[in-house]
Ligand binder design. Structure first.
Ligand code: SF4
Length: 517
């Protein structure tokens, strides 16, 4: 046991993170001084439980997954019950409203576990990065603050808390990008872990952002754009497909910025074909794309790559050029619409979703009208709409001409009402058609139903057994709702691969690309 533990400190802390600001040597000496108390056979073999509460975006969900893989190597297995946890981690997000408020209220919920069970409590993610020591100062029972670049150090930092009781805060930035290194999922997942029966998975390909939109905190809490090597990404996707994953969603704050700073010269549109070749993988998605960086090569990929799903999430934030300029978005309404036209030209069935902010400082009625006009022109399949709220530390937080809360709310309601109608109409266009659905699990609506998604990312519920989970099946859409579709599985004879009916009988509505795989 001793010879396993020491190299893990050396590799994980010193050589892997040369640019980080923490004192590795000091830390190493400190941990070695505690060796006798830690390296007892009981301690090394003892199975412990970790409970993670995750807030925010897909990047945070993926970070939680990375943390679970890392902690597994320290004998920490996931529990869904905070009461039985030895370690509780709150993985935070500061992009949406009142993030700190959420963290403090979550911490308050677990104080009694600290007092009664001695549970170790930590905060990770964007709020941890932003608040650092302030969090430790304000919450006396908090043990750890783990910044966005310090995730790979978590096992060592946790051990430090366990063996010395010392409180730790690590929020240094790692300019080398080693923080993106990820432990691959285990081929034989531990029973009870979240990796069993997994049909789809996130894979981070880059992190950080160089855009500095005036309202956004991401560049300050995630750092500048850094990419993972294509080799690492492909290895992770291959491992996931070996474990039964059929669909991957490639993640990054700005996936179009992929490749910056890598030794190999490779852009995002060139990475995709390599992933498309991976055997056993059936679907590829990605998020998020910045409209200003959406290249023609990437647009073309939607017609060239068979596994790239017909869906793009392309946040526009506002339809007013004046507001887009104040947001520092780097494109105009016209150039955004041109890109949408190109996408629909190349891939007519593509579903488009986006983010929009209403009530940005200085937004007047005419600006809001421009946003509504853009909605009608694009006819988004779905829209994630938010009222502007200032993020501490961003430029927009200093802007004077704030929009009244009441006006923001009115605009949001108008916009959401219009979009609701458009979404329903777009869903109704699918009634009667047969779509390929990747079955993900039991539907929340009924025990007799399963749920899955089309390639265009629409949720479909239909009658079926759990043995369909992980399979791609043709489903005829029978009814459209604002947020989902109802369907019926197409009779077996139509689903047989190479059956003449599937290839030639257009009455059944299945296209070649929609046949069960
Ligand atoms: S592109 Fe803008 S909104 Fe998106 S992460 Fe970067 S700074 Fe934030």
């Amino acid at each position: 046991m001793l010879c396993i533990w020491i190299p893990r400190i050396k590799c994980g802390a010193s050589s892997a993170f040369p640019g980080m600001t923490f004192q590795v040597n000091e830390f190493l000496i400190h941990c070695i001084s505690y060796l006798p108390s830690v390296i007892s056979p009981q301690n090394m073999l003892m199975e412990k439980r970790v409970y993670i509460e995750t807030y925010g975006c897909q990047m945070n969900e993926y970070d939680t997954e990375r943390i679970l893989r890392l902690l597994e190597s320290s004998n920490y297995l996931e529990t869904k019950d905070a009461k039985e946890a030895d370690f509780i981690l709150i993985n935070t997000c500061s992009v949406r409203e009142k993030p700190e408020h959420k963290v403090y209220s979550a911490l308050g919920r677990y104080q009694w576990l600290k007092e009664e069970r001695g549970t170790i409590i930590g905060v990770a993610g964007c709020v941890a990065q932003q608040e650092g020591d302030r969090l430790l100062n304000r919450v006396p029972y908090l043990d750890m603050v783990i910044g966005t670049h310090a995730i790979p150090m978590l096992p060592q930092l946790l051990q430090k808390v366990e063996c010395s009781g010392q409180r730790v805060c690590e929020t240094g930035f790692d300019p080398e990008g080693n923080y993106l290194k990820t432990i691959l999922p285990q081929k034989s997942p531990v029973v009870g872990s979240i990796r069993l029966d997994k049909v789809k998975s996130y894979v981070t390909i880059m992190q950080g952002c160089d855009h500095f939109c005036s309202y956004c905190i991401v560049p300050y809490v995630r750092g500048r754009e850094k990419s993972r090597s294509s080799g690492e990404i492909i290895e992770e996707v291959k491992r996931l497909t070996e474990m039964g994953v059929k669909e991957v969603c490639l993640l990054g704050q700005n996936v179009n910025g992929y490749g910056k700073g890598l030794e190999e010269e490779l852009r995002f549109a060139e990475l995709l074909p390599r992933i498309n070749e991976i055997e056993g993988l059936h679907r590829i998605r990605f998020t998020t794309s910045h409209p200003a960086d959406l290249s023609e090569e990437l647009i073309q990929a939607f017609s060239r790559l068979s596994k790239l799903c017909e869906h793009i999430h392309l946040p526009f934030q506002s339809g007013s050029d004046r507001i887009l300029k104040a947001m520092h978005r780097g494109y105009t309404k016209e150039s955004y619409l041109e890109k949408i036209d190109r996408l629909k030209g190349v891939c007519p069935s593509i579903a488009v979703t986006a983010d929009v902010i209403v009530g940005f400082p200085g937004e007047e009625e005419r600006d809001f009208e421009e946003t509504l006009d853009l909605l009608q022109k694009v006819r988004f399949d779905d829209l994630f709409s938010f009222k502007y709220s200032p993020r501490k530390g961003t430029r927009a937080a200093q802007f004077e001409d704030k929009v009244e809360e009441k006006v923001k709310q009115e605009r949001l309601s108008i916009l959401q009402e219009i979009q609701k109608e458009i979404t329903l109409q777009k869903n109704q266009e699918l009634e009667g058609r047969v779509k390929e659905v990747l079955v993900e699990g039991r539907s929340k609506q009924s025990d007799r139903d399963v749920t899955g998604r089309t390639r265009s990312n629409k949720v479909v519920n239909f009658k079926g057994d759990l043995e369909l989970v992980g399979k791609l099946v043709p489903v005829q859409i029978t009814k459209a709702y604002p947020h989902s579709l109802r369907g019926e599985i197409v009779p077996t004879h139509c689903r047989l691969q190479n059956a003449p009916a599937c290839r030639t009988d257009r009455d059944c509505g299945i296209k070649d690309s929609e046949i069960l795989i």
